[in-house]
Design a protein around this ligand. Structure first.
Ligand code: BGC
Length: 373
């Protein structure tokens, strides 16, 4: 497992990621939290999140903020509407306020080197949150879920379903935003499982959008992770390549925002929940998607308990500020092109209809009432 992750990471260095401003339909929303009077003792911590348009980042931001405040820190939490320039400005403003630590979930992991140089000049420590920041020496730590594993779980889930389906299977693959460092990992994890089946002929891709190698994933990347973009892409594929009664059997979706749009396109094309509804993957366990799983419109999601990530990062912040040893569990894998960033990796978990209660309710991630259960 480790060896495979390493090879993916090394591959990352060779890939020219598209550095562009993510198109996102959400409105500009920025949240600033003024200093809590009880929080001043620990100092200021800056938290930069990519967008409010996705449920998970809202949960990430508020959980981390709550933990840090409880631990006696001030926080400034900013959301950047998936706009790279906006995020850079927000981080620069944070640097100007002299925080002790910056926690950054980047939009474009390759665009932050200059602003991080200004942080370094003030000895501000930087934690890359969920997404690695590339091309900068000034990234002190990284905390994330095992991103390759996320894709691998999606690929294995699909492979498990194929056993009972008549071949060849019609599959449509999607990938995440080309500017997000994680998206390549998600795709590689899944495609390492599925591409051999494409090559053997068990799987066919009627749209022709099967990347020949993992490195071609950006060709099917959905910029900004937009549900609307994924929906129209799926509609186009269905209209153009699924005529004359041909049906899609499987859709590889890297996350829940894409799966939401894809499910809508399927519904619009007349696919109904039931035995012939395509296998559709996802990631994040967003509420709308868990409801879709219950309704039979999505097959699984890869759940990353964002509370656990927040817990780790809050601990890292405290360890950095107090000058004690910072907990990491991977000091080999995450090469950002300038250094190997010491990382704390968490394990993602598959959730299907059968274990929503055991995993999402019993853990308190959702309340039964949230899901109408
Ligand atoms: C995160 C996913 C999320 C996606 C879109 C990725 O970097 O790891 O959890 O679904 O971004 O926001």
């Amino acid at each position: 497992m480790k060896r495979r992750i390493t090879s993916v990471v090394v591959g990352m260095g060779a890939i020219a990621l598209i550095a562009s401003t993510a198109a996102c339909s959400s409105t500009r929303e920025t949240t600033t939290t003024p200093a809590a009077s009880s929080g001043a003792a620990g100092g200021l911590i800056g938290i930069a999140m990519p967008t409010k348009s996705l449920e998970r980042w809202n949960k990430d931001g508020s959980h981390l903020e709550e933990l840090l405040k409880k631990a006696g820190y001030e926080t400034t939490l900013q959301y950047a509407d998936n706009k790279v320039d906006q995020q850079i400005t927000q981080i620069q403003n944070m640097v100007n306020q002299n925080p002790k630590v910056l926690v950054i979930a980047s939009i474009d992991g390759k665009a932050l080197a200059p602003v991080l140089a200004t942080a370094k000049a003030k000895n501000i420590k930087v934690i890359a949150y969920d997404r690695l920041i590339n091309g900068s020496e000034n990234v002190d730590y990284y905390a994330t879920f095992d991103n390759y594993k996320v894709g691998q779980l999606q690929g294995e889930f699909i492979k498990g379903k194929l056993a009972n389906m008549s071949k060849p299977i019609n599959l449509e693959p999607f990938a995440g935003s080309p500017d997000d460092n994680n998206a390549k990992f998600f795709f590689s994890g899944a495609w390492d499982v599925l591409n051999p089946l494409v090559k053997s002929g068990d799987i066919v891709v009627p749209s022709g959008k099967a990347p020949a190698t993992n490195d071609e994933w950006t060709k099917i990347g959905i910029q900004g992770w937009g549900s609307d973009t994924a929906q129209s892409e799926m509609q186009n594929r269905l209209n153009s390549f699924y005529t004359g009664g041909k049906k899609v059997n499987v859709v590889l979706s890297p996350n829940d925002s894409l799966a939401l749009g894809i499910a809508q396109a399927l519904e619009g094309a007349g696919y109904k929940p039931g035995d012939t509804y395509p296998v559709l993957t996802g990631q994040d366990a967003d509420k709308a998607n868990v409801l879709n799983i219950i309704a039979g419109k999505q097959s699984m999601t890869v759940w990353k308990d964002t509370r656990a990530l927040g817990d780790e990062v809050a601990k890292m912040v405290d360890q950095i500020v107090k000058g004690t040893k910072v907990d990491v569990n991977d000091e080999k894998t995450y090469d950002n092109g300038k250094k190997i960033v010491p990382t704390y990796l968490l394990a993602p978990i598959v959730v299907t209809k059968d274990d929503i209660k055991a995993k999402l309710l019993d853990s308190g991630f959702y309340k039964a009432a949230d899901l109408g259960m």
